[in-house]
Write a protein that binds this ligand. Structure first.
Ligand code: X2X
Length: 329
């Protein structure tokens, strides 16, 4: 009887399971409550729909596939050890310092300026550079404008940053925080919440909609200043070796799924950011809004880092970015 049952089960499985979907592992480096995760899952859904279930995208959060090292994901993707990566530009700067161009302090006035670069010649140039590191950038998404939070005091002027222990994500932010008189420390994102909770660091900076809210940073931070000091884009990339092995029809399916998934991810991140300040106030955070003059003081104070990193990025690339960022809408 058991044999008969098992046989029937095997037959049923053989009929209902789609012909061997190919599994692709997608790595990203924040938690599974974020808009990064939602964008990654959307890509998987759209790709499955486009290809009639030929691909099964499995999403791994918190840089698990890179042993928790968020900066390592891109390099692993570049050599084909990870199939797909969704990460932010600043995480790639050890591999491709040019990617820091996006995040130069106070480069962008608004989202329109951001979109002109990701959709224009600057974005194309970055895609070319990433291809040189073995990653085909399929589409740009959004981490967002990075805003500062801390547990000590309201930040209204650069002087308020003096001596604050700040967790940062990457090398450029070490320099920017140093310009501001803070004590920066590079740390994995996945280790940051407990570090804030235990007072190992006083503050951090991240985008409101994509990270601060979904990762509940407001539970361990009292003060936030939307100072918009640095923009951080996401990109969805695939190992170039995998990409090169695909036929044109499959490439078109991947491209379409990526474009739509990242457009969705940008939309939900911006919406969550727009609604975010009110939510953070409800959660008990004190929000310090800055006047244009107060913002200008932060821009002036971080100019040395802008200049230092412009040199690392290269004058031609910086010009591509500033021309598009400052172009008339
Ligand atoms: O680590 C961070 O701060 C994060 C999540 O924003 C990045 O990946 C840069």
């Amino acid at each position: 009887m058991y044999t008969k049952f098992a046989l029937a089960l095997t037959t049923a499985l053989a009929i209902t399971l789609p012909a061997a979907a190919e599994t692709l592992r997608l790595s990203h480096n924040v938690g599974d409550t974020t808009t990064w995760q939602q964008g990654a899952e959307k890509f998987g859904e759209l790709l499955a729909a486009e290809t009639g279930g030929a691909f099964d995208v499995r999403v791994f959060p918190n840089a698990q596939l890179a042993g928790g090292d968020q900066m390592k994901q891109a390099e692993m993707t570049g050599r084909g050890a990870i199939d797909l990566v969704l990460t932010s530009a600043i995480n790639v700067t050890p591999l491709a310092p040019e990617m820091a161009a996006f995040s130069l302090p106070y480069l962008y006035a608004d989202y329109a300026a951001v979109d002109r670069t990701t959709q224009g010649a600057a974005g194309d140039k970055m895609e070319e550079i990433m291809a040189g590191h073995g990653i085909k950038v399929l589409a740009w998404g959004e981490n967002g404008f990075r805003e500062v939070t801390n547990s000590k005091r309201p930040i209204k002027s650069p002087a308020d940053m003096a001596g604050l222990k700040m967790r940062v994500a990457g090398p450029m932010y070490i320099d920017v925080m140093t310009d501001l008189g803070a004590n920066p420390q590079q740390m994995q994102w996945s280790e940051t919440f407990p570090a804030l909770q235990q007072g190992v660091v006083d503050g951090q900076e991240n985008p409101i909609g994509a990270v601060i809210i979904p990762q509940r940073v407001y539970e361990v931070q009292k003060y936030i200043t939307p100072w918009h000091y640095s923009y951080d884009p996401l990109f969805l990339g695939i190992a170039q070796s995998r990409w090169d092995a695909m036929d044109d029809a499959t490439k078109a399916q991947f491209q379409k799924a990526a474009d739509e998934a990242m457009a969705y991810q940008i939309e939900i991140s911006r919406k969550a950011t727009d609604e975010g300040i009110a939510f953070l106030k409800e959660q008990g955070m004190e929000v310090t809004e800055l006047t244009p003059e107060e913002l200008a003081a932060f821009k002036d104070a971080t100019k040395p880092s802008f200049d230092k990193w412009s040199e690392k990025v290269g004058a031609d690339i910086v010009k591509l970015f500033t021309d598009e960022a400052n172009a008339a809408p």
